[in-house]
Design a protein around this ligand. Structure first.
Ligand SMILES: Cc1cc2nc3c(=O)[nH]c(=O)nc-3n(C[C@H](O)[C@H](O)[C@H](O)COP(=O)(O)OP(=O)(O)OC[C@H]3O[C@@H](n4cnc5c(N)ncnc54)[C@H](O)[C@@H]3O)c2cc1C
Length: 242
């Protein structure tokens, strides 16, 4: 069997799209081909940069593979399209067979096995994309870690990978998931409105030597919740941003 090559590039390299699947009304998962004996050299939560040029100006944005690190032959990016977004709109215009320039992976707020026994995830909307590979990794490897996801969205239709989180909650007793919606449907039984300090206290593991919290979402949400987590007693080094 050929040895596995671990890919990491400083300069942008072209990756062909081999499949595109719909995650929500504005979010798709793009599958990119790697050589058949290659994997990305990354930890769960690390990101690549997508490079393009818009009106002659070079632009790049970070994206976190949602596929499991160690996957050989391909990787996935799950990307939300912003109507006024430069790079997200560019990627959504691509079709199977087109190539996208990317550099990396680069280290971000990633997971390292053994770093904690209790892990909170506070995600707002597309912020979940930075956490998908981490959650999948911990559950797939059956690590002795308890996971607590708080996932805030505007509406139920905005919840990325809803079925996966529901299935994980059913199949993995160590995975706890709580959705919060700004505009809930009739009969909604989980959280309503914004993520508050009270909600964090109820739904996250309390601060402790074996506890960390991943936080990612729209900048105003992250700014507020960083302060709230600090007030609740989580040390700065226990709160991990992408
Ligand atoms: C480490 C890291 C990893 C990331 N991984 C992913 C990923 O896997 N998938 C993914 O979809 N995104 C991810 N992002 C966000 C991504 O990098 C871009 O910021 C996003 O795609 C918007 O870029 P754009 O060029 O389309 O929009 P821009 O041209 O930069 O912004 C245009 C407008 O879009 C809106 N907008 C842009 N970003 C946000 C936001 N985060 N929240 C609310 N409104 C916003 C705003 O109205 C903004 O004015 C990640 C970000 C970081 C820092």
């Amino acid at each position: 069997m050929a040895a596995i090559i671990r890919i990491k590039t400083k300069t942008p390299a072209p990756y062909p799209i081999t499949a595109i699947s719909v995650a929500t009304h504005d979010t798709k998962t793009f599958r990119f081909a790697l050589p058949e004996n290659a994997t990305l050299d990354m930890l769960p939560g690390d990101h690549l940069y997508v490079h393009t040029s818009i009106n002659g100006k070079a632009v790049k944005r970070p994206y976190t593979p949602s596929s499991l690190p160690g996957t050989v032959g391909y990787f996935d990016l799950t990307i939300k399209r912003y109507e006024t977004g430069v790079v997200s709109k560019y990627v959504h215009e691509q079709q199977v067979g087109d190539t996208v320039l990317m550099s990396g992976p680069n280290p971000g707020g990633h997971w390292v096995d053994g770093m904690a026994k209790k892990v909170g995830f506070v995600a707002g909307g597309t912020g979940i994309t930075t956490m998908i590979a981490i959650i999948r990794w911990i559950l797939t490897k059956r690590l002795d870690v308890e996971l607590f996801l708080i996932f805030a969205n505007k509406t139920e239709a905005d919840i990325i990978f809803r079925e996966e989180w529901d299935r994980d909650a059913r199949e993995h007793p160590n995975f706890h998931c709580y959705h919060v919606l700004e505009h809930p449907p009739a009969g909604w039984t989980m959280g309503v409105g914004r993520v508050t300090g009270d909600l964090l206290r109820q739904r996250l593991p309390p601060p402790g030597p074996d506890t960390i919290v991943f936080l990612c979402g729209p900048p105003p949400m992250v700014e507020v919740l960083e302060g709230t987590l600090k007030d609740l007693g989580y040390p700065e080094e226990a709160v991990i941003l992408p």
